[in-house]
Design a protein. Sequence first.
Length: 240
Amino acid sequence: MDTLFSAARRAVFRLAESGASLSARYHRARLLGSEHIDSHGPLLLVGNHGVWGYETPAFFHLVHQATGRYPLGLAERGFFRIPLIRTVLPWLGGVEGTHDNALSALHEGHLVVCYPGGARETFKRPQGRYMLRWEGALGFVRLAARAGVPIVPFAGFGVDDTFLYPPGEERLCVRLSEKEKYRLPLVLGLGPLPLPVRLTFAVGEPHEPPPANASESRLKAFQEHVAASVRQLLLRACHA
């Protein structure tokens, strides 16, 4: 049974890698500033999320190509309430986005990717394109402070243009936690495919985290500093 389980896991991972590579080629995806990602040691990459999170595999593929490292992604905890998804996500580098899980991954030296906007950015409305939804999101700052690891900001441009929103679209609701319910956007692509827009990811210089005992106001100021860096990188990616 263990042998079959391992074989299934490897097969799913290879299939996902092939899909990520195809997505990167289809979108002529490129990664700018990869020199800011160390080839070893713990790092926390923080950036904006595109509609449906569709861009993530291409981004992870480019990071692996540039650095030789497989990133771990902090995933919305609600997804781990869904039986099949909670089994497959860890096979693909998805980690349930709890503070303890993220801290353990960083202590083990992993390259960890965090989207502070989470589902709020993934399930955005058309008027929310390229807007950071980080209100109240201090968890990633506390994580970096406690782990003592740098935060590397990144931005993805094109990630909110892979699908179109039909006018007057109706949306289904999904509840990913007891507190939060999201409306899923109905989107259209090029037939069954997303629109072939170019994806450009820009990575910025590392930011040293505040001390573990930093005040709430200092944590908030640092969060705003990282958000400002991501917005600047979005402009860079847009004009690259």
